[in-house]
Design a binder for this molecule. Structure first.
Ligand SMILES: *[C@@H]1O[C@H](CO)[C@@H](O)[C@H](O)[C@H]1NC(C)=O
Ligand SMILES: *[C@@H]1O[C@H](CO)[C@@H](O)[C@H](O)[C@H]1NC(C)=O
Ligand SMILES: *[C@@H]1O[C@H](CO)[C@@H](O)[C@H](O)[C@H]1NC(C)=O
Length: 207
């Protein structure tokens, strides 16, 4: 995922010095750091369990492979996908950062050790569900509220995801037959895009 990141450069008129901007991904890191502080050890234990399951490992292997790579590149080339990336980047949400992070997480999954846990299944979706259960939900939601109240840029970015324009761009992607076929192929390999989105929303304490 190497779509060019386009930051809107804001021209500051007048005499006052520009406020230092906090890039959206720094806000996101605040959420991730809170999660690591609260739940890192539990997450590592969870990883250890799931790495014992063949079904889960098969999804990881698929993601490490050539087919996955070319599928991701094909997705990127869809005009509807490009529209999604452009919209997000136009609203300061630098999507490539998250995709890189997601890749890191997958790479990092191979480390971890075992401890008793209630597991809801043996595949990738169950894993995501179980990681969401470990999130410090109330603290994440409080952080979200605090940022919405005190950071105009953060609020603007989040509000853009409530807009009709975003809904249309998003729906167009899911209506593209090529995209749907690719999403189905991912699901056949245990990777449900909807689950990844659910996880993303949960990181902000919003579900
Ligand atoms: C992945 O592991 C590396 C090395 O241990 C670490 O620096 C990095 O923060 C980890 N990334 C994520 C997303 O967990
Ligand atoms: C979906 O993407 C393909 C490949 O870029 C394109 O040919 C097609 O027009 C798009 N739209 C629909 C509705 O399938
Ligand atoms: C994962 O397992 C659950 C049951 O735990 C099942 O309902 C779901 O369809 C599975 N998902 C995939 C993508 O295989």
């Amino acid at each position: 995922m190497k779509a060019a990141i386009v930051f809107l450069s804001l021209v500051c008129l007048g005499l006052s010095a520009p406020q230092p901007r906090k890039p959206f991904h720094d806000h996101f890191s605040d959420f991730v750091n809170l999660i690591l502080e609260e739940s890192e050890h539990e997450m590592e234990h969870l990883n250890g369990h799931y790495l014992e399951f063949d079904e889960f490992k098969a999804s990881l292997d698929f993601m490490a492979g050539r087919d996955f790579n070319s599928l991701v590149h094909e997705m990127e080339d869809l005009p509807e996908f490009k529209a999604v990336v452009e919209f997000l980047e136009g609203h300061e949400i630098d999507i490539t950062y998250y995709i890189d992070m997601f890749n890191d997480i997958i790479d990092n999954l191979s480390s971890g050790n075992g401890k008793r846990h209630e597991l809801s299944g043996i595949n990738m979706s169950a894993y995501i569900q179980d990681t969401i259960a470990l999130l410090p939900k109330e603290k994440l939601a409080a952080m979200y509220d605090e940022k919405m109240e005190n950071d105009e840029e953060f609020k603007r970015a989040m509000d853009s995801l409530q807009s009709e324009e975003w809904q249309e761009i998003w729906n167009a992607l899911w209506e593209n037959e090529t995209f749907k076929a690719e999403a189905d192929l991912l699901a056949e390999n245990g990777i449900e895009l909807q689950m990844l989105l659910t996880e993303l929303v949960a990181i902000f304490g919003q579900n």
